[in-house]
Design a binder for this molecule. Structure first.
Ligand code: DX5
Ligand code: ZN
Length: 220
């Protein structure tokens, strides 16, 4: 079984010490940088945009996983590729022509991800799952860090894992929102491959140890 991955969410980093926090992730056991881009329309919050992503990319030495929470993401696919995104995730609820959007992401040599809001059933992916490299199951309502984990997520992970198996897809399952040492193991047991963690990592007193602890739990 391939190893389970940890993706610290930079949304919870100290933006006044962004380089320091990026270097911390570089030298930790984390696998990916998770970067949340919010437009204030798809979600009720604005995070940061291209100049910040460019600065992150200058220092980041690991996979850059960009999670878009924006309407009409097709407008910016090439821009995010040029900014160094390795994985680009769009929202199921923001894409009228999801199949076309995913092909456009792949044509820019990025992996294509789809995020599902907590109310969106995984069964809606039945006819597109083989085209998706990563499904990001939102375990909080998107827009803010530091929210509580929604327990219904476990059942969604089980259902998605089963759909992936049934269709013979190689899609990874990522969980985003409220991830801590309290739910990491159960999420992986349900079928998760990638755990995003923002507040739990960056608000801890020893960030590298917190990442290491999550990685150990996820692979236990
Ligand atoms: C929420 C973002 C998350 C957020 C997770 O909309 O997509 O990536 O940073 O933060 P925590 O881990 O604090 O819930
Ligand atoms: Zn995210």
């Amino acid at each position: 079984m391939s190893s389970k991955l940890i993706a610290p969410s930079i949304l919870a980093a100290d933006f006044a010490n962004l380089q320091r926090d990026i270097e911390m992730v570089n030298s930790s056991e984390a696998d990916w940088f998770h970067i949340d881009v919010m437009d204030g329309v798809f979600v009720p919050n604005i995070s940061f945009g291209m100049p910040v992503l460019k600065a992150i990319n200058t220092h980041a030495k690991k996979i850059i996983d960009v999670h878009l929470m924006i309407v009409d993401p097709d407008r910016y696919i090439k821009t995010f590729a040029d900014l160094g995104a390795n994985i680009l995730t769009v929202d199921y609820e923001a894409c009228t022509h999801l199949h076309r959007t995913l092909q456009a992401i792949k044509s820019e040599n990025m992996q294509a991800g789809v995020a599902l809001n907590p109310h969106t059933p995984v069964s809606l992916l039945e006819d597109i799952i083989n085209d998706i490299d990563l499904v990001c199951i939102m375990s909080v309502n998107p827009g803010f860090g530091g929210q509580s984990f929604i327990e219904n997520t476990y059942s969604k992970v089980h259902q998605l894992k089963e759909l992936i198996r049934k269709k013979g897809a190689s899609t990874k399952i990522e969980i985003d929102g409220g991830v801590t040492n309290k739910n990491a193991k159960q999420l992986v047991d349900a079928g998760a491959d990638v755990l995003v963690a923002g507040s739990y990592v960056f608000k801890s007193n020893n960030q590298p140890e917190t990442i290491k602890g999550l990685k150990t739990l996820a692979n236990s």
